[in-house]
Design a protein around this ligand. Structure first.
Ligand code: PBG
Length: 326
């Protein structure tokens, strides 16, 4: 008998490695973010996110066709409105950019699952995720507007509502609003655990949602905290969330695992803009192998506990998966 274990036996050939592989990335796991802007003829690359574009509605069809052709089944949509004001009225207008976008997408591709990000920060002139009084973001006043936004998105045809603004009680408020409006079958994908992260930088360029004063630390979480993540997830679970999300991911893989072990809900990882831009920048410099790094990273997120991944790499990953099959 040998005195040590021969782990290498199970790594000997590609087919043995395939036989014992534990984690798989599937196209169905991927959710692709889309930015929709007002106007016509707009297809503009976000400067800090190479490969990610703003689209006006008239140019969206080509992008949608490509997404569907690649086998991606779900998208999350963000509206970038022209008009911003104190209470973010363009977030819940019947004819708001995101509402128009959602109905256009559902008309053209009813088979795509359309998730609506429900927040106010792109729509308020101060760039905060709720209503402001004396420099403070008011929790309960913001809830009513969020519920209104969610209902307008569901009316436009959104399949899933994804509230991201981190007000306390947002799941209960939105659930109540949706149920009252007859959308009791519309699921809520809660950004349950959202940290106040520097990794959102490029998104704020993309969505024009940088806060005009202060920061988001009174509503988004402190990166140092783990128990607080469990409390946040627990309350969203009790309020009736259908999915839980952790955001960002790379610095928070422990939190993903923790939530996966504790809550019997589908778990979503949001691979955020800064995590995308870092890899893009390094690969454009020839410093890393983009394909290998991205697939390793996405697999790592699944291994850590993610069932689904929102990622700007969705299209690339789907393409690479097709190549692997050939
Ligand atoms: C809206 C929202 C943000 C992101 C998703 N929804 C920005 C923020 O909270 O500042 C960030 C996504 C990303 O960085 O890719 N509140």
């Amino acid at each position: 008998m040998s005195e040590f274990q021969r782990h290498r036996r199970l790594r000997k050939t590609g087919s043995i490695r395939a036989l014992v592989r534990e984690t798989f990335l599937r196209k169905e796991d991927l959710i692709y973010p889309l930015f929709i802007v007002e106007g016509t003829g707009v297809k503009q690359e976000v400067s800090s996110m190479p490969g990610v574009y703003h689209y006006s509605l008239d140019l969206l069809s080509e992008e949608l066709d490509e997404i569907v052709r690649l086998g991606i089944q779900s998208i999350i949509v963000f509206g970038v409105p022209e008009h911003k004001d104190e209470t973010g009225t363009s977030a819940y207008e019947e004819n708001g950019i995101v509402q128009k976008g959602i109905s256009y997408i559902k008309e053209r591709h009813p088979e795509l699952t359309v998730i609506a990000d429900t927040c106010l920060c792109q729509y308020t002139d101060h760039g905060h995720c709720g209503v402001i009084r004396d420099g403070d973001v008011l929790n309960d006043d913001s809830l009513a507007l969020l519920a209104k936004t969610a209902v307008s998105q569901a009316q436009a045809g959104a399949d899933i509502i994804a509230p991201s603004n981190m007000m306390d009680g947002f799941v209960a408020a939105i659930r109540g609003g949706l149920d009252e409006a007859g959308f009791e079958d519309t699921p809520i994908m809660s950004y349950a655990v959202k940290y106040a992260s520097a990794f959102y930088g490029p998104f704020r360029d993309a969505a024009h949602s940088t806060p005009q004063f202060g920061d988001r630390k009174t509503y988004q979480m402190d990166p140092s905290n783990r128990l607080e993540a469990i409390r946040e997830a627990q309350s969203d679970y009790e309020e009736g969330a259908d999915f839980l999300m952790v955001k960002p991911v790379l610095a928070y893989l422990d939190i993903l695992r923790e939530l996966k072990d504790r809550f019997p809900l589908p778990l979503v990882a949001y691979n955020v803009s800064g995590e995308y831009s870092m890899i893009k920048a390094a690969s454009q410099n020839g410093w890393i192998d983009e394909r290998e790094v991205v697939l390793e990273m996405l697999t790592g997120m699944k291994r850590a506990g993610a069932d689904l991944i929102i990622t700007y790499f969705s299209k690339d990953a789907a393409r690479w998966m097709d190549e692997d099959k050939r």
